[in-house]
Design a protein around this ligand. Structure first.
Ligand code: BG6
Length: 485
């Protein structure tokens, strides 16, 4: 299959930080189909050679195991091309079309790695220039809008030029290996399905915790906040994967139809439930991994009076027969105690304990980060005690599945997987426009309630697990976050 992969925003952060390293990994592992060209598009004048040197230099910041040798980079660089474009100029799109048509590759993937305010302009111009035929796909990177109306407007313009199956919305969490394993666990095994419901599961916790602060992205982040940055997309996508009904096939739309049903079943927020079930926080100075770090208001490009939330935890329910009454707790934040993303399925306690004093519910932990893996927490007989039923003979143990050990082959990173899927036209891991709009519809009442609420986010110390109100919110149900159990 011949292909052209075009990056708008070819000199931007996303391209050199994530996309080029991911493509290089695919190239190194012979996953990148032969016969491809990678074209970076940006505003300034550069030759191919200058662009290759620019990317070579950027690779020095990549983790060591993923850095190319000079010889490897020289081979990779042969695929790299550069083109200057003014994205407002129809002539420049006509030039791009000529460049693409001269070769007529089987597949053309256009990756919009620009600032999102350019998405509608670029899609409209691509359509007007005729760069939207059946062999073309466009990939849109988040944030796609900042509320329902702006997301709908982007989708309207994208749809005017591209069919739904040509528009691929990236949520890079869906590319993480743990998410593949979640699908495999649920739909490749019969074991868990009978337990995957309200009768057996007490509550579900999704935590996406970061130990880093906002770094140099203060200007972007301050206009966004944790709810839009992480909950509306990544956390909700994980929730849909956990809660969806088994799809009738592994086809993209069969899966996305089921995910959409989950989003539509989420209990809608009202001003009262926002006050009760949602906690927002903002970090103050503190200590993370032994290092003193500044508070959010002292970060660069952050206004001193910012009310932007850097932490959110919330409680919701999926209103259907499978999940009625089971709380789903979602939590994300910057400058938390650890970089740790995981989904914890807390099972119910045994109905009639016969080992007094040692009751402990089972839990399944699906770990996304820092490493991916699965842990099943059980109680087992410790042995060595004097007689059969002594309570001290039971001890917690966990069955640990370490995927790195189980599969010796190189693990595929999220962007690498998603880029290869985009080239192959596999849409399973891309978000459909109706899913994305429904997610906005669900978070919007929270945004509205916050805007009207004069109190603003609650402070929390950097290096903690967020404001104490987050633990209090879940304690009301008699539950505790995983690190407090
Ligand atoms: C991005 C957010 O979507 O995800 C960032 O915009 C966040 O703020 C990042 O840091 C986290 O991704 P990961 O893969 O490092 O968990």
């Amino acid at each position: 299959m011949s292909f052209d992969l075009v990056f708008f925003g070819g000199t931007g952060d996303l391209t050199w930080r994530k996309l080029m390293p991911a493509l290089f990994q695919a190239f190194r592992h012979n996953k990148l189909p032969a016969g491809g060209r990678l074209l970076a598009v940006a505003r300034d004048e550069r030759s191919d050679a200058e662009y290759r040197a620019y990317i070579r230099e950027k690779f020095t910041g990549v983790e060591e195991a993923k850095q190319p040798s000079d010889e490897e980079f020289a081979r990779f660089a042969e695929l790299l091309h550069y083109r200057r474009m003014d994205l407002s100029q129809p002539d420049d799109y006509a030039g791009l079309r000529q460049w693409l048509d001269a070769r007529g590759a089987d597949t053309v993937v256009l990756f919009l790695a620009t600032s999102p305010h350019l998405f509608t302009q670029i899609c409209a111009q691509l359509g007007a220039a005729g760069i939207n035929g059946p062999r073309v796909r466009v990939v849109l990177e988040k944030p796609l809008g900042h509320d329902l109306a702006s997301a709908q407007e982007i989708n309207r313009v994208v749809r005017a030029s591209f069919a739904e199956e040509q528009a691929l919305r990236i949520d890079h969490y869906l590319g993480k290996p743990a998410v593949q394993n979640l699908m495999a666990l649920r739909f490749g095994n019969a074991l868990f399905e009978p337990l995957w419901r309200r009768e057996s599961i007490a509550n579900i916790q999704i935590t996406l915790a970061e130990s880093l602060g906002v770094g140099t992205r203060g200007d972007y982040y301050d206009g966004t906040g944790a709810l839009r940055d992480m909950i509306q997309n990544h956390a909700l996508q994980l929730l849909t994967m956990i809660a969806m009904e088994p799809p009738s096939s592994n086809d993209a739309d069969a899966i996305r139809d089921e995910k959409l049903k989950v989003l539509k079943s989420l209990r809608p927020f009202t001003p009262e439930t926002v006050g009760r079930d949602v906690v927002r926080g903002q970090y103050r100075a503190g200590t993370v991994a032994g290092q003193a770090v500044p508070g959010y208001l002292d970060e660069v490009k952050v206004p001193k009076d910012s009310r932007c939330e850097t932490f959110v935890s919330l409680r919701t329910e999926v209103q259907n027969w499978r999940w009625a009454g089971v709380p789903f707790y979602l939590r994300t934040g910057k400058r938390l105690a650890a970089r740790e993303s995981q989904i914890v399925i807390n099972f119910r306690e045994v109905p009639h304990p016969i080992f007094p004093g040692t009751s402990r519910a089972n839990k399944l932990v699906i770990k996304l980060q820092p490493e991916d893996g699965l842990e099943l927490h059980l109680l087992a007989a410790k042995g060595g005690g004097p007689s059969g039923n002594a309570p001290e003979m039971l001890a917690p143990v966990s069955l640990d599945l370490d995927f790195d050990k189980a599969f010796l082959s190189e693990r595929v990173g999220a962007y690498e997987r998603l880029l290869m899927d985009a080239l192959a036209g596999r849409l399973n891991l891309f978000v459909r426009s109706d899913e994305q709009e429904q997610a906005w519809r669900w978070v919007e009442p929270v945004l509205d309630a916050w805007q009207r609420d004069p109190t603003g986010p609650r402070p929390y110390a950097a290096g903690s697990w967020g404001p104490p109100a987050s633990s209090a919110m879940i304690a009301r149900d008699g539950c505790a976050w995983a690190e407090e159990q």
